[in-house]
Design a protein around this ligand. Sequence first.
Ligand code: SF4
Length: 378
Amino acid sequence: MSFTVKGWCPGALRPMQSGDGLVVRVRPVAGRLTQVQAAGIAQAARAHGNGLIDLSGRANVQLRGVTPESHPALIADLAQLGLIDPDIATEARRNIIVTPFADAATYALAESLQTALAAGPELPGKFGFLLDCGSAPVMADTQADIRFERAPDGQLLLRCAGSDLGAPVTEGRAAEAALDLAEWFVRAGGVVDGRGRMARLIASGVRPEETLRPQIAPATALSRPEPGLTVQGALVGFEFGQMHAETLAALASLGPIRVTPWRMLLIEGLSTLPDLPDLINEAGDPRLRVFACTGAPGCPQAARPTREIARALAPRVAAGQKLHVSGCAKGCAWPAPADLTLIATLEGFDLVRDGRASDHPAHTRISPAALPDLPEFS
Ligand code: SF4
């Protein structure tokens, strides 16, 4: 089954049509929401949407079930909260993911990078930046075209996708250096018909050495965090990254919120885990091993439902493994390779091992009833 590639990311000002209405994606500045902002989003989701809120793999917050009629009032409410950019182009450029474990220096870098990007070159809609500046990277499985990490000795490194090494850069010049690299990407022919990714350009043999000399390996990456208490607060997960507005409102009453690309939220300052509906608080919960997009009927491109299958198979997925159940070959819920990927088709499910939803399947046309009997799930 074919799928539509839009080449742009939906936002708040440019929402995306889905089976249950418009999906309005809010990009919190530097991945942070004040308590007032988080409570306001929850209120707006109830007033102008269907009350369901998704966390995206790009550390964004999505309100579902918005209608063309309710969209203007929603934008007005979000603008009051300081969550709306002046225009679509500015919103699209602000594609920066910040580690939820950021310190003040990292937030300062995020701010200067955002300012620099506003005056920078026009970049493809999906071109993104990532600030993973803790002592060891924690967002290695989150895609980004340009990222900051640290070397084992603590030096800040600027890295481009497609290269294992980074170039040392001072904190004071970091934003400018990232912008130089983005400008090099454009000059080097990375953008074709408005699209392009850094990894693809580097893979074609074009090297950025005139702008960036990657020479230092970053610190060894840690695996993605699990729910639990951290130095910064309580990290809580959600099944398929979805919650009800009431849950977000309750979390907002507890502290400021940091949005992660792991479909988890970090509630600042908590020393105990909140006990609320929708939350996954246990590290090792099998639901954290499965990824599933909205599927049918929520997404018009989906061949069949996905989440019931993923929920049923989760206990059969071995610890440390990932199962991705996708409504079509686009693979929105988990763009990276997974140990097992099931892709819905009109004839059943296709199965890809160690690959993406768009990769060649090892098995095709598996009936949903037969899935639990596959050796992969027994
Ligand atoms: S992967 Fe899922 S959400 Fe994305 S387009 Fe396909 S069916 Fe829709």
